[in-house]
Write a protein that binds this ligand. Sequence first.
Ligand SMILES: Cc1cc2nc3c(=O)[nH]c(=O)nc-3n(C[C@H](O)[C@H](O)[C@H](O)COP(=O)(O)OP(=O)(O)OC[C@H]3O[C@@H](n4cnc5c(N)ncnc54)[C@H](O)[C@@H]3O)c2cc1C
Length: 210
Amino acid sequence: MPEMLVQLKDGSAIRGSSVLSTIAPKEAVALLQPSISRSEEALFARTVPIKAACLDLVMDGMPRPKVTFAMGADSPWYFSNHSASASLTDNPRHAVVHAMKYGRPGEQSDSGQDERELSAFMDLIQPGWRAHVIKRRFMPSLLVAHDFAEATRGGYTGRAACVVSGWPGLFIAGDWVGGEGSLLNASLASAKQAAEKILASPYFEQRQVK
Ligand SMILES: Cc1cc2nc3c(=O)[nH]c(=O)nc-3n(C[C@H](O)[C@H](O)[C@H](O)COP(=O)(O)OP(=O)(O)OC[C@H]3O[C@@H](n4cnc5c(N)ncnc54)[C@H](O)[C@@H]3O)c2cc1C
């Protein structure tokens, strides 16, 4: 039976026969002892994170309230008025909106340029928006996904599997794992698959948690 030990920050440790890791690929490689096999490590290491510049706004009204969603056709821009479909503020007239620019995978972005571009995008779809801003937050580089299914790396089937070969008892899940879906769909699909593998493992022992 595999013996796994998870060392926590406070010094305590958890022992078990199976561990499901959901952290980022490169962070997992750095934490795992002993190291995973070279072929597995190569799969983890070749992942390319996708980042985005995000402009979050709280507005006291929208110049064009009917425009609740927009995507750039020739630029990687996204806009969504989340208050159009969810109650996010005490004042029903206020709106929480997001504008986002996807970065090129693996490339360093220019935060000043991205912020100017997002403001110009807002000018295009919500002219006069600046007069309505109650709160503004710009986050220049937010992690969107740990990887994407690139054709030259085998697409979905080129991603790491939820069972880590050469290390019985170790399973992984995340948006960079498994042959199904993208983003959150991939996280949930790989988590479900990993959980099923753990439950089917001969070492799995059901314990009552009190
Ligand atoms: C602005 C934005 C909008 C998005 N919109 C959508 C959308 O509309 N639809 C969609 O499907 N997806 C969307 N995504 C992408 C989606 O959020 C991700 O694909 C998804 O969250 C990935 O989940 P994950 O569990 O693989 O990784 P994460 O959500 O990154 O979770 C990994 C977790 O591991 C933790 N961690 C790291 N290291 C350690 C450690 N050493 N010990 C303990 N914990 C650790 C991290 O803190 C983190 O909480 C969006 C992302 C962003 C940023």
